[in-house]
Unconditional design. Sequence first.
Length: 408
Amino acid sequence: MTILLEKEELIALNRTGENLKSVLRHLVQGFPHSAQTIAGMSKWLKFNRSNCQRILNGINKSKDGKEVLCMLPGISGLKEFLIQVTHQTLEPQLILEAQSAVDAFDMQIKKYARSHAELKRLLSNKPASKTADTNLLTAQEKREQHYLASKQLIGSSMETLFSCYILKESDQNKQYLQEVAMISKQNIVRSKASPPFVQFYTRPNPEGFTAPENITVNSRIAPNHFHIGVVDEYSSKGLLSAYASYSASNSGIVFNDLSETNKFDATFLFSNPDELANPLEHESKCSSTSISIKSPTKKLVMLVFLEKKLDMRSSVNVGCYSGNQKVEEGKLRSDDMWTERLPEFPELKVLHPDSPGAQVNGAIKIGEMSDYLFNFAHLEKKDFACYLLEVEYPIWSSTYRVYFEHSL
């Protein structure tokens, strides 16, 4: 009889793997640069070459915590590695954190399996199903309940949140990615008690900022210039005239005198020339883009177009994280945020930019809207890989983040 792990157990093991990846990566980053390769690490530590390869694979090539646990050596190999590490001059705290993470991994193996090899087999199987218990809700049903309660609580909601991002290496400064983005909020409903409608963003406004731009189909990007504007064709009439102020305390543009009962649409365009780190150039070899769920939302659709030369050399993954905290670009990889990651595993699909799935999503003409963005940016879709994330009832007050990471 095949033993299957339950979903909750897989989530716990995934977190163990993400923790291991994070602490081992920080430890290895403290090695001399020449010792961050398989041969160099083996020579510097006088340690088994095969296990060095498995450690580096776990750090650099794993897509999630479960893959980390499968790629790493067993407990005896990891403990021998840490013994060799203690013979070198390294920050003691990093060694202690690695030892603690390995001990936690050891306990997980003993809890769920008889050996590391058996645990790897268990991780490769599908989780045990509990659908026979009619009292258990699916993940989507739980998110729907959260959505219904949240929109009543705060007095506002929206039908659809569509976000589209174009990411390419900056022509002005190779240290950064040029990001051009469209954020479209459709069928927004607000009660009299709800707070003002605010569009948040992270980059400081340029000196002299007075109001968002009026973006139309004839608008074009200005090189090395930060744009923030209201997209005329995809916003309700009067939205731009309802602009009231910029809130420096929470980096958002505030709109007042909007209808309190009727539904309205609000679509924004951003161009950031120097906010996202270029993972091909930055020391951390990582970058990310994200969307925060600031209002209860029925459906999230997220399109990310990544320049092909970036896509060919990157590992792409996605996660849902608690809170809306800003992550300083180039400073954090996905495994650094394992403590904030929610037990929510959205699927990231790879699409051809001209495929039906990249043209229409429900009632949203995402192909038309992404064409609008490419037209503004003077770019061609054929030069980009396309990723799609869609979530029914995304978790309010969480952040869905897509990471692009390269090997150290």
